[in-house]
Write a protein that binds this ligand. Sequence first.
Ligand code: SF4
Length: 470
Amino acid sequence: MLKEECGVFGIYNSDVAAQLTYLGLYALQHRGQESAGIISYNKTNDVFHAKKGNGLVSRVFDKNDLKELIGMSAIGHVRYSTTGEDNNINIQPLMVKCVKGTLAIAHNGNLTNSKELYDELRQNGAIFQTTLDTEVVLHLVAKSKKEKLEDAIVDALTKIKGSFSMVFLTKNYVIAARDAHGVRPLVLGELNEQYVVASETCALDLIGAKYVREIEPGEVLFISKYGLKSRRFAEKEKKLNHCIFEYIYFSRPDSILFGQSVYEIQKKLGARLAQESPADADLVIAVPDSGNSAAIGYSEKSHIPFEIGLMRNHYIGRTFIQNSQIAREIGVKIKLSPIKHVLKGKKVIVIDDSLVRGTTSKKIVKMLRKAGAKEIHLRISSPPYKHSCFYGVDTPSVEHLVAHNNSVKDIQEYLGVDSLAYISLDGVLDIVTEKQLLKSDDFCTACFSGDYKIPLYSLNKLGKGVLEKK
Ligand code: SF4
């Protein structure tokens, strides 16, 4: 399985700013479960407050933390590490005091020119506290020749490349910025005439905010007591590069992404899969939760009944036996368990959204066989994942991607399934462009096609941030 990326949230001028940020992070929890953090600003006594920690949002913050996060503006972050190591110093949002003022930042994405910038900054005397590419941005702001903090932020944004959806907090503003290719999502909402920004619309829904629009690729949006002020740090790229995998895997089905319902897209992917790769079976089941919508689509199209064949335990978080021998033996069973009553003696179509290393799927197949499934036909609602992502998703290096060097037939044998099929890339592109809101060319498909439209600059082959090699 892939590891999720990150989620960001920001709110300006609310007397419950920290509480709403906390709720926003709850809604974005699927985008990162390693750590969470909130920074708020209290104008009354001119103090920034921060609380960050490892683990799920529910574990990091308690009632008292939220009381102490005083202030009318706040930003928050949930994280799965894509660059930098997983340790406390790397938990976002990051905050610095520089000559232009105090500044906090939360980032979703991956900078593709961080190595050059890092080397240059260090040669000029910069001292880095973390191993995050995000910290490069703070140094660029501090070193900018622009005097005003807000102008320095815009200046810094012109120097970074790659994928980034960012929120900043200063004394006077909450600021949202999105890279010129629009790789990762970032949306604007409105709540009681105040503005909110979030990685996904599901965070707006939870707090009762109305969806206004996306932050435009290349736009930096300043939210202050004067309302909204939009500036551009880059022209919107002619070649947009929206992550197509956001539809398939990352975003929550109840979100609206790049103008379209994620649930609707996922269901259509399932239906297309049924059309492209039918199978003779008694029932369709999903690998929950991310395979659910596609499985419903497959079932509807094929007229084969949908059943719940696997149950997911949602309450695991970070188990203390995670790295022990016991955990390895139990493996996927901690998260998923089969419903024997449903599976026994049945020919089953199993829908999953992705096949990355293949190790988890192999365990699931074994589990289904043990539960009595007579035949297993695995259908994947993404094309073969053959190439690493360098734009903010923590993917293994190519040699660990099962589809990189193996044929579908080989993978089928490795997994021990009766048949295996993936949706075609053309099929996915047909669906995401069906409404003609976007063209095929507006999407990044690099992990399937190998076509990296944003230059990779100095990133190493592992798809890891180069800072961590230092
Ligand atoms: Fe998304 Fe894949 Fe492109 Fe990464 S390489 S941004 S996961 S489509």
